[in-house]
Design a protein around this ligand. Sequence first.
Ligand SMILES: [Zn+2]
Length: 218
Amino acid sequence: MGSICRPASSYRFEARGSWRPVTSNEIDQLIQLLARLPGLGPRSARRAALHLIARREQLLLPLAAALQRTGEAIRTCGVCGNIDTGDPCGICQEPERSTGLICVVEQVGDLWALERSGAFKGRYHVLGGTLSAIDGRGPEQLRVAELVGRASAPDVAEVILALSATVDGQTTAHYIADRLKDCGVTVSRLAHGVPVGGELDYLDDGTLTAAMKARRPA
Ligand SMILES: [Zn+2]
């Protein structure tokens, strides 16, 4: 009885956990691609696809054009590791930002969170993750050597470690503080308000601002 009720492009759930398309076409491909986004499974991807298709002019086509433009223009900043449409990125090129302060974050999402909070007016350094024994990620997989190079510049006075309060985040903070000890910079880390196990991207702006203001020596 189900087959007569099911839309032509819907998916049938298989016991093995895979999704078999009822029809194979562009819509099925769109659903499969959407389902690979964080937070979207096959069901929500199907809903999102239907939502986009129902708003073809207002949403689907502008989104497709924005994705195309972004895909062609996006660059990783060779200085700080931020993503932007220019290299160096807009933040690295802002003349009013202090060059003496470098805030180290794990991911670009953390940089965006700090920017939203307005708590920091220096430069950033995106590591690209944390050290992780389980994932086999060592210092050479992160942008640590580049950070040491930047921190050695004479105008850099302080490096702020804005890393997650997770075991891997704190292990990474210890490691970086050790690597920077001969660079002649003050190394500090975020203080109050960052919960144990907390990831920066999930903190509210007020908590982030308080943590930045109350930073302490690493
Ligand atoms: Zn940059």
